[in-house]
Design a protein around this ligand. Structure first.
Ligand SMILES: [Zn+2]
Length: 258
């Protein structure tokens, strides 16, 4: 009889799980890195993105560009600061701290334009190349892909899904809980214009309030590795914690939300 009792209790537990879907969850994600000068800060120790996340005890997911994970690469000379830490060393540290690393392609090319110019095989190879180099850091093939600017022709998407990738998207064809919420943080960096008002943190909190009004309590938030974003995070995280949100990595989020 014991053998029967155990599976039933497991079944009951499984039936109870959908209730936990009402839990308030945030998957905080950062694209376009690893950027050591953002992760560790440039001049003021303790102000880097990894410091902020550690201080808030928040685990996040980093969608990285594969080309950065080559030995000695520290970033883009024109826009970034060399703090003497390579992207590869930073990626290993990101992982050691309990964050997750996923695939944002190798080249960061716009895949729709790339397919028109170079063909689908090139697009698929760029994604696979990104996945392979992430795997050299994490030890396992990344499951999730966020295409640059969410731009991916449908045929290539279907092929990648057949190969086991889960493609993150802002498409309204996806259920809202599984759809990326674009923070627009890139409009607050450098010479970009159009940063949400009154601040990035407040505008994201407002967007979440709007989603809550529709009954949504789980959100995948998309940010980039930017110093301007890092500066807004303490306020944003405090606001979300105040609303009862818990922060999880993308793979934990997907396990709990679907
Ligand atoms: Zn990107």
């Amino acid at each position: 009889m014991r053998r029967i009792i155990l599976p039933i209790s497991v079944l009951l537990l499984a039936l109870a799980l959908p209730c936990s879907a009402a839990e308030k969850l945030i998957a905080l994600t950062f694209d376009d890195g690893p950027r050591p000068y953002v992760l560790y800060g440039v001049n003021q120790p303790g102000t880097g993105l990894l410091d902020v996340l550690a201080h808030e005890d928040v685990k996040a997911t980093f969608f990285v560009m594969g080309w950065r994970l080559t030995p000695k690469t520290w970033g883009e000379k024109r826009y970034e600061t060399n703090i003497g830490v390579s992207c590869l060393i930073a990626a290993r540290d990101v992982l050691r701290r309990g964050h997750e690393i996923e695939n944002h392609t190798y080249s960061h090319a716009d895949l729709r334009i790339a397919e028109a110019k170079k063909g689908r095989a090139w697009v698929l190879a760029d994604v696979e190349r990104g996945a392979k180099i992430v795997e050299t850091v994490t030890g396992s093939k990344p499951q999730y892909l966020r295409p640059p600017d969410w731009d991916l022709p449908d045929g290539a998407r279907r092929e990648l899904e057949k190969r086991g990738y889960r493609v993150l998207s802002i498409s309204s064809q996806n259920p809202p809980a599984l759809r990326d919420l674009n923070s627009l943080d890139y409009l607050c960096a450098g010479k970009a214009a159009g940063c949400p008002k009154p601040s990035l943190a407040q505008s994201v909190l407002k967007a979440i309030e709007q989603r809550e009004k529709k009954g949504l309590t789980t959100h995948v938030l998309v940010f980039h590795e930017l110093t301007t974003t890092t500066a807004q995070l303490p306020e944003l995280i405090a606001g979300l914690k105040g609303k009862g949100y818990r922060f999880v990595t993308v793979s934990d989020y997907m396990k709990q939300v679907q």
